[in-house]
Design a protein around this ligand. Structure first.
Ligand SMILES: [Zn+2]
Length: 321
């Protein structure tokens, strides 16, 4: 745990606090090496180095290589200073509808292209790494994102419409929501899926939900087999939206938040990158009861081991900046 007591509480405080590059560096160093044992990322030797103040890097006494605090984090190889990175992280985790690369670029003084790249790296830190199964009362539902086909370039239009999705330009997304209580708010997991058949959706439920849980879905046939291991109850939306606790209103609410962000802030998203926006929205939703500082620290502690290079980011024909 980093210096939580010193961590800022508001965006304004964050901007001021991290404006001092040395403070920002110490903050990230604390996240990386919370026990104070700095490990050389090149040779693994511990606490055998000295700090080159002018270059803000450490030099290892054993392998003689230099390393910066950014190595192995989402900030690696970035020339953008931490004084810009950390407030950007603050904004993305705390702005309810997200922040576009245009807005961020103007706010911190980098190009839109750089801001776009930064935001995608920050989304990596917002990715959930929870592998435990959900239980209790669980909602399962799907939605479809996208579909402004008439504005698309012709080649892309053909590819999207006839190609991978078959959903007339929309990308199917599946959501699973574990209902919460007073202490823990409901938690959501989402993923992009290739269709809405039972072969696709059924195994995802089984991977994520423990046997015996109450599972609430709509009348989609894909979920028909779930009753062998679950207490599966169906709400037929043609008839009613809720019957007692049999409903998917928690997920409906999440979908509307997601669509509001996408429409209002991001306008259009390449299907290839959609999962990153799902990570972003799910993070804010799952941590919605936390403070701004809490959300910031939560994501900041996940900056390690989540590097995303430019070529990986645009490693698809589908994507363009
Ligand atoms: Zn070394």
């Amino acid at each position: 745990m980093p210096n939580v007591d010193k961590a800022p509480e508001t965006l304004l405080e964050a901007v001021l606090y991290f404006a001092d590059e040395e403070v920002a560096l110490a903050f990230v160093a604390n996240l990386r090496w919370p026990e104070g044992e700095q490990t050389c990322p090149k040779c693994g030797s511990v606490n055998s180095h000295y700090f080159l103040k002018t270059r803000k890097v450490w030099k290892c006494k054993d392998c003689k290589k230099q390393f910066s605090v950014k190595v192995g984090t989402i900030f690696e190889d970035s020339a953008i200073p931490l004084s810009k990175w950390l407030p950007s992280l603050w904004m993305l985790v705390n702005c309810k509808n997200g922040i576009s690369s245009y807005e961020l670029g103007r706010a911190i003084g980098v190009t839109q292209k750089s801001a776009w790249f930064m935001l995608h790296r920050i989304r990596l830190a917002m990715q959930s790494d929870s592998f435990s199964k959900m239980g209790g009362d669980v909602e399962v539902d799907e939605t479809y994102i996208g579909g402004k086909a008439r504005f698309m370039h012709k080649a892309k239009k053909e590819r999207v419409i006839q190609g991978e999705t078959g959903w007339k330009g929309k990308t199917p997304v599946m959501g699973i929501l574990e209902r919460g209580d007073d202490e823990k708010p409901s938690q959501v997991r989402t993923q992009v899926v290739s269709g809405n058949s039972g072969e696709i959706l059924d195994p995802i439920v089984r991977e994520n939900v423990e046997k015996g849980a109450n599972v609430f879905t709509d009348a989609l046939g894909a979920y028909a087999k779930l009753r062998d291991e679950y207490k599966h109850e169906v709400i037929d939306h043609a008839v009613a939206y809720a019957e007692g606790k049999v409903h998917t209103n928690g997920l409906e609410n999440f979908w509307s938040l997601l669509k509001r962000s996408i429409k209002g802030t991001y306008v259009s998203i390449e299907p290839f990158h959609l999962f990153r926006y799902l990570d972003e929205q799910s993070f804010r939703y799952n941590n919605r009861k936390d403070t701004d500082r809490g959300r910031f620290l939560n994501a900041a502690m996940s900056i390690l081991g989540k590097r995303l290079t430019y070529s990986e980011l645009i490693g698809s024909q589908l994507s363009k900046i």
